[in-house]
Ligand binder design. Structure first.
Ligand code: FAD
Ligand code: NAD
Length: 474
């Protein structure tokens, strides 16, 4: 201990207050553990401060603007003026409410909160440096530790983030003025969600993507719907063109890409959003001091009890690798705290859902037909096009489909792909079906409220049984 340090002891030290860390801390508190949560920046982590929540606020507001301005066919002729500064202020208000809530929930569950950067000193001690000069530091002796330090955006050579021309997603979510033109490098989750939002707000958007399509891990017929709609919104795609570098020009940043034929293309834009993936932040708390070594991808590897290679040290959330999603971080944090408390908890999910908040949204869970077959199932597939859904038509959003996959013999539901308005919500029903071992008949035979989008899930299940009413059976 250095002179001037104060020293405290805790049963469970949690490093990082994002979804993984705060879930672990609250669950630990509920189970009667003596928990200390250390956060270097802002409670709620990436998700609440500069990820899920701010991006969904911007996406909602931009859709509102777009819907208002494109309602002529409903007899509505309106124009929306956008004050981006006020919009960002509204978004910040939501963030403040939620992050304040996290702090209150931690305190109410008996969690000791420390603001500062934690670093391991040895197997049972960490030092927390409080923010700012002369703020001091303290030592925390711990029995168990959970590393929940999250991730950060990958910076590619030639595109150093400067919050002026070259933006991270966090920068893009806090712009004070709408850029006239935006070049988005990467057509993955962030690239597609934010390019859609900025196009709806009226920016001229070009997406340059190294691969031949958007959203690399999604099926072709799913991405086709989203890409088609994005093109309708005026987004220009340049596929097979990895970004190489940029130079300052009179009219903005001139981004250079290399085509598949080895030629050079340029795309000029006022701002450039680089969204080429995120990397685990395993290097912020000196994990080596507890005997941990991140793998070659920078990930802290764990087992199904979230336990790392070092007894008593757990890792959860983005720092523990893919999928880097808030809902997996929550579950891992929950399990980690229960394991520390001596409960027989394990990560034993049958399926993890994912959603992309594009227009329309994508929701996926479980297996597609191809993977089901590869895993030894004899899959049966049922589909319901959204153009046959009365509710979708009343929402003016009829592109997309619900596809459900089940085991032909027993009818057990194995997975779904949904491209539709609110697909992020609709996918939950199929996730529950998989977890409960439900069969097609359980979904098809459940009375769904009319008129709702969820009827399309029931119709897809009925279609797999050859009994759908609102679409032709296969
Ligand atoms: P984080 O949320 O990154 O939190 C880690 C915390 O640890 C941070 O607050 C950091 O300050 C702190 N920390 C780091 N080192 C230290 C240290 N040494 N001492 C103390 N504190 C430290 N996921 C979804 O599921 N749905 C979405 O819609 C979605 N949208 C997203 C949109 C964007 C633009 C981005 C960037 C991400 C999005 N994600 C989404 C991903 C989601 O935000 C992450 O998966 C999630 O935040 C991971 O949680 P975590 O607790 O592992 O890490
Ligand atoms: P991503 O991995 O989803 O997509 C990155 C894209 O960039 C890929 O398509 C890749 O081919 C492309 N790329 C890489 N290098 C390139 C280059 N030099 N030039 C052009 N294209 C290039 O990454 P992301 O969009 O940054 O998102 C990061 C992570 O954040 C996601 O993987 C996800 O875990 C999380 N996230 C989730 C959600 C959600 O759940 N709705 C939303 C946003 C972010």
């Amino acid at each position: 201990m250095v002179v001037g340090d104060i020293s405290t002891g805790t049963e469970l030290l949690v490093i990082g207050g994002g979804p993984g860390g705060y879930a672990a801390a609250i669950r630990g508190g509920q189970l009667g553990l003596d928990v200390t949560l250390v956060e270097a920046d802002a409670y709620g982590g990436t998700c609440l401060n500069e990820g899920c929540i701010p991006s969904k606020a911007l996406i909602h507001a931009s859709s509102l603007v777009h819907d208002v301005e494109h309602a002529e066919s409903m007899g509505i002729d309106a124009h929306a003026d956008v004050d981006l500064q006020q919009l960002v202020g509204w978004k910040d208000g939501i963030v403040d409410r939620l992050t304040g809530g996290v702090e209150k929930l931690c305190t109410a569950n008996g969690v000791n909160l420390i603001e500062g950067r934690a670093e391991f000193v040895n197997e049972h001690t960490a030092r927390v440096a409080h923010g700012g000069e002369g703020q001091g530091s303290e030592s925390v002796e711990f029995e168990h530790a959970i590393v929940a330090t999250g991730s950060r955006p990958i910076e590619i050579p030639g595109f150093e983030f400067d919050d002026r021309r070259i933006l991270t997603s966090s920068d893009a979510l806090s712009l004070e003025t709408l850029p006239e033109s935006l070049c988005v490098v990467g057509g993955g989750y962030i690239g597609m969600e934010l390019s859609t939002a900025f196009a709806k707000l009226g920016a001229d958007v070009t997406v340059v993507e190294a691969l031949d399509d958007i959203l690399p891990s999604y099926d072709d017929d799913v991405t086709r719907v989203v890409r088609g709609r994005a093109e309708e919104l005026g987004i220009e795609f340049r596929f097979g063109e990895p970004a190489q570098g940029w130079t300052e020009a009179d009219d903005g940043a001139r981004v250079t890409t290399e085509t598949e034929d080895g030629e050079t293309n340029t795309h000029t834009a006022e701002r450039v959003l680089v969204a080429v993936g995120r990397e685990p932040a395993a290097d912020t708390c000196n994990v080596e001091a507890v005997g941990l070594e991140p793998n070659q991808d920078g990930v802290l590897e764990t087992d199904d009890a979230t336990q790392t290679a070092v007894e008593g040290v757990h890792a959860v959330g983005d720092v523990a690798g893919e999928p880097m999603l808030a809902h997996t971080a929550y579950r891992e944090g929950h399990v980690a705290a229960e394991v520390v408390a001596g409960e027989p908890a394990r990560l034993d999910q049958q399926a993890i859902p994912a959603a992309v908040f594009t227009d329309p949204e994508i929701g996926t869970v479980g297996l597609d037909a191809e993977t089901a077959e590869a895993e030894g199932f004899d899959p049966v597939v049922g589909e319901m096009p959204m153009q046959s859904s009365g509710r979708a038509l009343t929402l003016g959003s009829e592109t997309g489909f619900v596809r459900i996959v089940a085991d032909a013999e027993a009818g057990f539901v194995l997975g779904a792909r949904i491209v539709a308005p609110n697909a992020s919500e609709l996918i939950a029903e199929v996730g529950l079906a998989i977890e409960m071992g439900a069969r097609l008949g359980d979904i098809a035979g459940t009375i769904h409220t009319h008129p709702t989008l969820s009827e399309a899930v029931a119709e897809a299940a009925a279609n797999a049984q050859g009994a759908a009413l609102h679409t032709l059976n296969r």
